[in-house]
Design a protein around this ligand. Sequence first.
Ligand SMILES: *[C@@H]1O[C@H](CO)[C@@H](O)[C@H](O)[C@H]1NC(C)=O
Ligand SMILES: *[C@@H]1O[C@H](CO)[C@@H](O)[C@H](O)[C@H]1NC(C)=O
Ligand SMILES: *[C@@H]1O[C@H](CO)[C@@H](O)[C@H](O)[C@H]1NC(C)=O
Ligand SMILES: *[C@@H]1O[C@H](CO)[C@@H](O)[C@H](O)[C@H]1NC(C)=O
Ligand SMILES: *[C@@H]1O[C@H](CO)[C@@H](O)[C@H](O)[C@H]1NC(C)=O
Ligand SMILES: *[C@@H]1O[C@H](CO)[C@@H](O)[C@H](O)[C@H]1NC(C)=O
Length: 302
Amino acid sequence: MGSKRRWYFIWVICCLCLFISSSGQALNNLTHDDLDDLFQDYAFKAFKALVRPRTGKLYNAALPVNLSGMEASVVRLRRGSFWVRGANFSTFHIPPRIIPLPYVKRLAIVYQNLGNWSSYYYRVPGYALVAPVVGFMVYDASNLSATSITKLSLSLRGDPISIRFPQVVLPEGSNSTIRCATFSEDGSVLLSEMTLPSECLGHDQGHFSLVVSVPPIAVPLKRKVKLWKWWAIGFGSGFIGLVLVGLVGIVALTFVKKNKFGEMERRASEGEAFDTVWIGTSKMPSARVIRTQPVLENGDAP
Ligand SMILES: *[C@@H]1O[C@H](CO)[C@@H](O)[C@H](O)[C@H]1NC(C)=O
Ligand SMILES: *[C@@H]1O[C@H](CO)[C@@H](O)[C@H](O)[C@H]1NC(C)=O
Ligand SMILES: *[C@@H]1O[C@H](CO)[C@@H](O)[C@H](O)[C@H]1NC(C)=O
Ligand SMILES: *[C@@H]1O[C@H](CO)[C@@H](O)[C@H](O)[C@H]1NC(C)=O
Ligand SMILES: *[C@@H]1O[C@H](CO)[C@@H](O)[C@H](O)[C@H]1NC(C)=O
Ligand SMILES: *[C@@H]1O[C@H](CO)[C@@H](O)[C@H](O)[C@H]1NC(C)=O
């Protein structure tokens, strides 16, 4: 009984593990850091492809086929120019008076647009993205052929960074308020109100998008379906496991029974297990039966 249960549990757990690993792999293929590194890599490749990349000009990065749907562009600026003029490229207006750290002579701003991959890589529980995830990162670009590129940190002394979202796709029938979503490096999300229509403010480099809250019914419904699926899979695999275990049990039992009968016969013939007496020429069980007979004959048993 105990081993049957153990096998049943092992079976169900194996099935669940397979299910989890197969569904989790597809979604968590690339981390956000992996993506940022890829964008940085392809952006700097765009520079290297040119004989003499111009400072202050935005270049589009050629992305591989497996990233199609995403966009990346890059601009190289002198530190002084960045301090005085900021940078107004792509969907970001980066104001003047920002200090990149550590000190570098030139820096590169890599802009990202995750396009139709946005909701694949970035999620906000209870909310739906209504604009693509856009982002920017600042790197040391003093030496374009350096083997490792340093990411810089920014110290804002003036106005915040403003982000313009060109395409806002509202889900049908939704008129809930659009909020700005700022994705932190540690994976947390900060939601804030929009300052102007289709504009958000940021205080650091990173990733941004727009979200609307989705009706609260939609989330538990999805979860219920999922839970139901899991139960079905658990029970289904459990049932199959039980049937298999049952079959094995029946086969084992028949073997055991056969063996037992064989053993009993063997033992009986060897006279090991029973006290036997010889009456005439036949083998008989011990005298117990004979002792009880007189009681039955007298009929005065209680
Ligand atoms: C997921 O990772 C595998 C290898 O680990 C790779 O072959 C595949 O292209 C990746 N898929 C996506 C969508 O990044
Ligand atoms: C995309 O394809 C390139 C080769 O074209 C490969 O080196 C890279 O690992 C792939 N990236 C992903 C995320 O699958
Ligand atoms: C995004 O669109 C490209 C084609 O433009 C396609 O190859 C890619 O599979 C799409 N990505 C997703 C997550 O749908
Ligand atoms: C930034 O560039 C956009 C056009 O790309 C322009 O409409 C906007 O006025 C510029 N902002 C500043 C502050 O220069
Ligand atoms: C740039 O980096 C490359 C590779 O690390 C190195 O060989 C070269 O000397 C560097 N150039 C400067 C000017 O530091
Ligand atoms: C949509 O907005 C209108 C007013 O702007 C409001 O009366 C209505 O209740 C809203 N609908 C939903 C589903 O929030």
